[in-house]
Ligand binder design. Structure first.
Ligand SMILES: [Ca+2]
Ligand SMILES: [Ca+2]
Ligand SMILES: [Ca+2]
Length: 216
């Protein structure tokens, strides 16, 4: 090494050049790797934040619908470990001839869409398989029935859950969907998952849960 350096003091030796380029290559690839990872983390954080906002907005709209509900009139009122992916509420409006009179029914439910049928395939190519959406239906079954989409990108099963009759993800419900309602001790719990795939096809999911004390 020393003899080589002495013989070529004005610049790099071939050996030094080779080492320099290897080191430069290592530094360059390490830097590229770091920025690639940071960018991935950034885009994942952006997607997660967007999903949280979307889920919160959907839950706020569901709260508007069910926030003042009583346990009577709520169908189904599934107790854990059972959950339901739809919930219908009919508000009592008064009493006539000794019987409760009921207002129009509102339903919030998970449903598959025409471009993403339930077939184990990502038909719409968005990186999610058999995802669905949440729809609010007011005045159910009447000519005035109105449907509003509250959120899209809802996984058909909650992350970590398999369709096997068990509570695989340990959240207290078995085989729950990305939208799940359950009622216990007068409290309605709503679980909602929203998913999106990032530019590399990795699925990012946000899960929100709210509990509402039902009126008697
Ligand atoms: Ca499908
Ligand atoms: Ca899809
Ligand atoms: Ca579960």
């Amino acid at each position: 090494m020393k003899s080589l350096r002495r013989s070529c003091t004005s610049g790099f030796t071939l050996v030094e050049l080779a080492i320099s380029s290897v080191v430069f290559g290592v530094i360059l690839s390490a830097t590229l790797g770091a920025s690639f990872t940071a960018q991935n983390g950034f885009s994942a954080a952006v997607i997660r934040s967007r999903l949280e906002q979307r889920a919160q907005r959907a839950l706020d709209l569901i709260l508007d619908e069910f926030g003042t509900a009583g346990q009577t009139g709520l169908t189904p009122a599934s107790a854990p470990p059972l959950g339901s992916f739809s919930l219908t509420y009919r508000r009592p409006t008064g009493i006539a001839a000794g019987a409760i009179t009921w207002g129009n029914a509102s339903t919030v439910l998970f449903e598959y869409t025409a471009d993403e049928p339930n077939n184990g395939v990502d038909d719409d190519g968005d990186g999610l398989v058999d995802e669905g959406r949440i729809v609010l239906i007011r005045n159910v079954g009447l000519p005035t029935e109105r449907r509003t989409v509250l959120a899209t990108g809802v996984p058909e099963l909650m992350p970590g859950e398999l369709a096997n009759g068990l509570d695989d993800n340990g959240d207290g419900l078995a085989d729950e969907r990305g939208l799940a309602f359950s009622v216990a001790s007068g409290v309605l719990t709503i679980r909602l998952a929203l998913g999106e795939a990032d530019a590399h096809g990795r699925r990012i999911t946000s899960i929100q849960r709210i509990a509402i004390q039902l009126r008697n």
